[in-house]
Design a protein around this ligand. Structure first.
Ligand code: ZN
Length: 220
């Protein structure tokens, strides 16, 4: 698994790399860095490097160990090559998959990251785009030849995220036959209502009995 780091470039970054334009993203766009030697930190560093004269930026760089969010995901970045008003530049979250390190890990991390972003937004894989689809560039050059497989892996990951969420829901919500009582114990302050499916200890029983007793005695 990878670490997710937020390290936004300043709004004053040269070459308009963080224009600050508000963005309501509609898609996610995959890139490869085109540089076999740089990792996520290197890509983040390049955005604020004085030698960099290009108006080009992206939202997240991901390598075998970490993902670095370089621009807020609700601000536009210059990554799609489809012009100042293009839906790639204006409405898509740009992800740079690094070409250095263990590419199996980078692939897995990128799959997870994209699936998580889709899941959080209630989106499907139809929202995942290639840089090529916006401007024709051969990008993401390492992933493109296996694009179908990449999308299939995201589908799988997305299902896993949904299933673990359903499990968590089933664990934290009371069964239908206990809903009324669950509401009642919380309202009356007999139990905090958490972990409805867990077993109970002796001391927890004492506290619930005590709370119930205080309730019926009107606090006396
Ligand atoms: Zn690209």
């Amino acid at each position: 698994m990878y670490k997710y780091i937020i390290d936004h470039i300043p709004k004053t970054t040269p070459c308009n790399r963080r224009p600050g334009t508000n963005m309501e993203p509609e898609t996610i766009t995959l890139h490869n860095t085109g540089n076999p030697n740089s990792n996520a930190k290197g890509e983040r560093g390049w955005l604020t490097n004085g030698f960099n004269k290009r108006t080009a930026s992206f939202h997240i760089a991901i390598d075998e160990n970490e993902a670095i969010e370089c621009l807020p995901l609700n601000e536009a970045a210059w990554h799609a090559g489809d012009g100042a008003n293009g839906p790639g530049n204006r409405k898509s979250i740009g992800i740079e998959a690094c070409e250095s390190g263990d590419q199996v890990k980078v692939w897995k991390n990128a799959v997870h990251l994209v699936a998580k972003l889709l899941y959080e937004r209630g989106w499907g894989t139809d929202r995942v785009r290639t840089h090529q689809s916006w401007s024709g560039k051969n990008c993401p050059r390492l992933i493109l030849p296996k694009w179908k497989e990449f999308i299939q892996d995201i589908e799988k990951q997305l299902k896993e995220l949904q299933q673990s969420d359903e499990k968590e829901k089933a664990r934290s919500e009371a069964s239908s036959w206990a809903v009324e009582a669950h509401k009642w114990v919380k309202e009356k302050g007999i139990s905090d209502g958490t972990n409805p499916k867990d077993s109970v200890t002796r001391e927890q029983v004492w506290v619930m009995l005590y709370n119930f007793f205080k309730l019926v005695r009107g606090g006396k």
